[in-house]
Design a protein around this ligand. Sequence first.
Ligand code: SAM
Ligand code: SF4
Length: 362
Amino acid sequence: MSKIAEILKKETFTQSDIISLLESEGDDKQLLFKESAKIKKEQVENIVYYRGLIEFSNICDKNCEYCGIRADNSNVQRYNLTNEEIIKAADFAYKNCYASIVLQAGELANKVFINRVTTLIEKIKKSTNNEIGITLSLGEQTEETYQRWFNSGAHRYLLRIETTNSNLYKEIHPNNIRHNFETRLQCLELLKKIGYQVGSGVMVGLPFQTYSDLANDLLFMKIFDIDMCGMGPYIEHSETPLYQFRHLLEPKEKRFELTLKMIAILRIMMKDINIAASTALQAIDPMGREKAIKIGANIIMPNITPGKYRNNYKLYENKPCTNEDAEECNSCLEMRISLTDNEIGDGKWGDSLHFIKKNLQT
Ligand code: SAM
Ligand code: SF4
C-alpha cells in the first residue's frame, strides 16, 4: 500500500501527513481526490448550495498588500451601490431560489456604514418574508457591531484568517494596528461567541508561504472548529505592493492544484462543514469551481452584483464574469453544475451541517 493510501486510512492527520498529501502527484493525488469526493457524497451529499454574492462597495479603509482594491490604489474607480440596488439584487436571489446571499465589501468601520448595513439587513429580511439567509463578509468590526448585525438577521460571517503564520501575516500586511494578526483571531472568536456560523480560510500560494504553513492552516481550521471555509489561490495584482515578489510565486496552475488539494484534505478532516468553490479558482481555470465541487466543495457564490460595477471589484487580475449580469451568470452556472454530477439545493439555506450538529449537542 502506498504511503498516501496509509495516510488516508488514519482518523486524524498530523502536520507531516498533510504535507505528504499536499505533495502528492499522479495516482497518489487521484487517490486523495477520490477519497474526498467519497466523503463529500456520504456526509453532505452531492448538493451544491448557492449564495448570491453582492459586492456592494469597493471602498476600503485598509491596505492589505495583496488586494487590488486597497485604499492606496488610486487607479481604482470607487463605487457604492445604492440601498435600492442592493435590495433589488437580493430580490433577484430570492426569486431565483438562491435562498441565501452574501453581502461583501471593502472594510469600513464608521457609524454611517454600520448603521447602513443594519438597515440593509432588516430591509432585505423584510422584503423576502424573512426567508433569505444573510452572510456577511465585511471584515473586522467591534463586538457591538457584530452583535447588532446578528440581531438584525445576519447569521453567517466570513472572515478569512488569510494565513495562520503570524510572521507571514506581517509580511503581507502593513505593520500597523489596523492590520493585526491577533485582532483577526479575536474577531473570529467574537463571531463564534455571538452565535454566527463562522467561515474562515486562507490564500494559497502566497509568496514566502511554505507547505508547513498550509498544513498548519488546515490544522488551525480543525482546532478552531470552523463551520465554513473559503480558500482560493493567491493571484497577483500589478497595482499592489506584493506584486514585487511575483518572481517567488509558483506558476498559477500549481497554485490552482494546491488549492484543490487543500480543499480535498479539509473535506476529509472536517467532513460536514460547508466549503466554497472560490471565484479565484475560476480566474485560473475556466472550469476551476466545477473541479473544486467534484473533489469536496459544496457552495458556489454566483456574482449577482449589477454588471456595470463588477469591473471595479478587481481584487486580482483576470477576475472572471466581470462582463456579465446576474441572469447570464445564473444560466451559465446551472449548466456547469450539471456537468459535475451534483444537483443544486434550490430554495434551501444549506446551513453548515457541522454547525447544526454542534448546536444540537449543546
Ligand atoms: N474586506 C473584507 C475582508 O477583507 O475580509 C471582505 C472582502 S475581501 C476582498 C475578501 C477576500 O478577498 C480576502 O479575505 C482575501 O482573502 C481575498 N483576496 C484579496 N486579494 C486577493 C488576491 N490578490 N488574490 C486572491 N484573493 C484575494
Ligand atoms: Fe480591504 Fe478586504 Fe481588500 Fe483588505 S482584503 S484591502 S480589507 S477589501
